[in-house]
Design a protein around this ligand. Structure first.
Ligand SMILES: [Zn+2]
Length: 91
């Protein structure tokens, strides 16, 4: 239900988010928020020596994202990415 302020609750984003989160992640392009380099996630550097995994920019070495699984849940930090570009199904 839309509020008087022109927005709805987060449940409205469930369908679109479910669609983009179901893509082949290595085909997604990400932009480094530090140096601006854009590359497919498959072309980054991944380190497994940290708790979980850390993905770093191949251009500047900054952390793009980290993924850590704990007993309470999985944590995904994408603060090192300024944006993600997900290819269309027929691209
Ligand atoms: Zn970078």
């Amino acid at each position: 239900m839309e509020t008087d302020y022109g927005y709805v609750d987060g449940n409205a984003a469930a369908g679109p988010l479910q669609e983009i989160l179901a893509v082949e992640p290595t085909t997604v392009r990400g932009q480094c928020s530090h140096c601006g380099n854009t590359a497919m996630l498959a072309d980054t550097r991944v380190y497994f020596r940290a708790p979980g995994l850390v993905m770093r920019c191949r251009s500047c070495g900054s952390e793009l994202l980290s993924l850590v699984a704990t007993a309470q849940g999985t944590w995904l930090d994408v603060s090192g990415l300024s944006c993600l570009s997900i290819p269309a199904d027929d691209a």
